[in-house]
Ligand binder design. Structure first.
Ligand SMILES: Nc1ncnc2c1ncn2[C@@H]1O[C@H](COP(=O)(O)OP(=O)(O)OP(=O)(O)O)[C@@H](O)[C@H]1O
Length: 287
């Protein structure tokens, strides 16, 4: 029997459009092991969210499919929790109740006391125990994302699916969130698929970076295995030649091998790659 935990196998999808069927993905194959942290990176519109939505069970593949721990994914389920870029909290519920709602849905057999303790535990895991009784409009964007992550983790999903979870945050908050996520990951060993446009984020967090070709009929172009020791420290890595090599590999894929036709000329991009290597700034967006 295969050891693969999550198997995305031969996945293609066509969307019906007024102009006829639109093939967004063509033959996407990806094998993910338990506890792996995978980033999906690629230019805007290539199909990253579509891959995530198929794994979540929100979209049906036209061909191929997804097997999670030996079972085919046919619909959404609590074993695949999703965290979106813009938090999807219920504004009329407190932070506690937003998490508790998910806990109540997933752990129906646990006692009230156990569900309460589990809710508080997960809020504390993301350092939000102090804001349990606040409503989403009373806390910052970064805090809302923490609550969204607490809610997802509290469901004890087999796979955590994150669609640009930190995309809407300022650089400093984003860095804090990335560090928190690495700490949680070290403790819980979650299996994660995260979409990002940020090359630094992808290298810092991932075990593997899955780079997608441009659409239509997008597929996986290359997979980069990131063999940097954990725990990872962004300040130490800024001067690490292996880290910078990985960054350059991703940038090369995005800006040279699979440049979008409407992006900068190659000569300019090469300069950018060098500059980005030198300064290690945080502006290396994929598109
Ligand atoms: N429900 C749908 N119906 C028709 N076309 C769709 C649908 N969902 C996605 N698409 C198309 O499929 C392609 C991939 O979209 P998707 O949202 O997966 O890209 P993405 O890589 O996540 O983009 P971004 O990085 O901008 O979020 C796009 O051309 C998009 O217009």
């Amino acid at each position: 029997m295969s050891q693969t935990y999550l198997d995305i196998s031969g996945v293609s999808i066509e969307f019906p459009t007024p102009a006829g069927p639109f093939k967004a993905l063509d033959n996407v194959n990806l094998k993910i092991q338990k506890g792996e942290f995978i980033s999906l990176i690629g230019h805007s519109g290539c199909g990253k969210s579509t891959v995530l939505n198929i794994v979540a069970g929100l979209y049906d593949a036209t061909q191929g499919g997804v097997i999670l721990q030996g079972k085919q994914v046919t619909k959404p389920g609590p074993d695949r929790a999703v965290v979106f870029q813009n938090h999807s909290l219920f504004p009329w519920l407190t932070c506690y109740d937003n998490v508790r709602l998910a806990v109540d849905q997933v752990f129906k057999k646990k006692s009230k006391k156990e569900r309460h303790e589990w809710t508080v535990h997960n809020l504390e895991l993301v350092h939000m125990g102090h804001a349990m009784n606040k409503r989403p409009d009373e806390i910052s964007g970064g805090m809302k994302q923490r609550i969204g992550i607490a809610r997802a983790l509290a469901m004890e999903p087999k796979v955590l699916l994150m669609d640009e979870p930190f995309g809407a945050l300022d650089a400093l908050t984003r860095a804090h969130m990335q560090d928190s996520l690495m700490e949680i990951q070290a403790e819980l060993n979650n299996t994660v698929i995260m979409i990002t446009h940020d090359v630094d984020e992808a290298v810092l967090l991932s075990d593997k970076i899955v780079m997608m070709t441009n659409g239509p009929a997008a597929t996986i172009g290359e997979i980069l295995t990131v063999e940097l020791e954990r725990p990872r420290d962004r300040l130490v890595l800024a001067d690490d030649s292996t880290y910078n090599h990985y960054r350059a590999e991703v940038l090369r894929f995005l800006h040279e091998k699979h440049a979008k036709k409407d992006t900068k000329p190659a000569s300019k991009i090469k300069t950018d790659v060098k500059k980005n290597n030198d300064t290690n700034n945080n502006n290396n967006k994929a598109a």
